[in-house]
Design a protein around this ligand. Structure first.
Ligand code: ASP
Length: 298
């Protein structure tokens, strides 16, 4: 079988722009380690899970450690993984695990289901030997307290003014065999109602892959769900190359008041990163060349 060029792309959320140096470092580390796995013949699943795990462990991103808090000051996280042959696994509103992307992979590989939620997702994680872990950081406690103080009755609408609204992480990779894999992980949106599940763990909304390509989306989850952004973008990849898809999907998102961004790879290995929010950090490696954007020193 002809070997394909490996490619990997990652983003640090459509909106998170604070701590640019740490974002930059985290993204570079995640894609470099992911790319190393790919060039050694590893699968895109291993590369994506490893890269997302690294990003979940960097507290400046809104995923894993450093996830944002819900209205009651709790962290409920969503994560998903999907491959080009449409294998899928996800967790919604999971608490007290360090790396939700790994639980999502267990759902994909060890169950007959696609999505586990809440306490029973936590029970499943413990069965998979993922121990208790509190992902709440001091910085996110501070942001939560401030947001609570500023909050009036229309709490969810007020979130649109928050600077650090979207900090989800997403990685897409293609391996030597040409298998595309997408992983997305998020702490959701600050001050969301407890039990809220966003776009990330829903196939087609925040995470999607098929034979045409793969996309991981970030941004306002409710609007991403309504517009099925990841599925819409991947479907466009059947007809258009990645950069054209980027333009078209952002036109659709903006016309429909969907604040979002995405990273993706099409079946030719072309990458796309677009957003209509105030900023987004992202990084990719293709043909051994690393490029990083949206942080300092671009
Ligand atoms: N899309 C995520 C959500 O709504 C938030 C983000 O991208 O940061 O849960």
């Amino acid at each position: 079988m002809k070997q394909r060029d490996c490619v990997i792309i990652a983003n640090g959320g459509a909106g998170g722009i604070s701590f640019p140096a740490r974002r930059r470092q985290g993204l570079i580390r995640a894609v470099s380690i992911g790319y190393g796995i790919l060039t050694q013949g590893g699968s895109s699943i291993d590369a994506v899970v490893q890269a997302v795990t690294i990003l979940e462990d960097v507290s400046v991103f809104n995923a894993g450690t450093g996830s944002s808090f819900n209205l009651e000051g709790e962290v409920e996280m969503d994560a998903a993984i999907m491959t080009g042959d449409r294998k899928f696994g996800a967790v919604g509103a999971i608490t007290n695990v360090k790396n939700p992307i790994q639980t999502a992979r267990f759902v994909m590989e060890r169950t007959d289901h696609l999505l586990l939620c809440g306490d029973n997702a936590v029970r499943f994680a413990r069965c998979m030997h993922q121990p208790f872990y509190d992902p709440r950081t001091r910085e996110k406690k501070r942001i939560w307290r401030k947001a609570r103080q500023d909050m009036k009755s229309d709490h969810f609408k007020r979130l649109c003014g928050l600077n650090e609204l979207y900090g989800t992480v997403g990685v897409v990779a293609v391996d030597r065999k040409g298998l595309i894999c997408v992983g997305t992980s998020t702490g959701g949106i600050t001050l969301r109602l407890p039990g809220r599940v966003g776009d990330t763990p829903l196939p087609g909304a925040g995470t999607y892959a098929d034979t045409h390509g793969g996309v991981s989306a970030t941004g306002h989850g409710e609007e991403i769900m309504r517009n099925m952004i990841a599925f819409r973008a991947v479907s466009m990849m059947a007809r258009y190359r990645a950069p054209v898809v980027g333009k078209k999907i952002m036109e659709h998102a903006t016309d429909n008041r969907c604040q979002c961004g995405l990273v993706g790879i099409d079946r030719r290995g072309d990458v796309v990163c677009v957003y209509n929010t105030q900023g987004m950090s992202w990084c990719y490696i293709k043909k051994g060349r690393l490029r990083v954007f949206g942080t300092t020193n671009d």
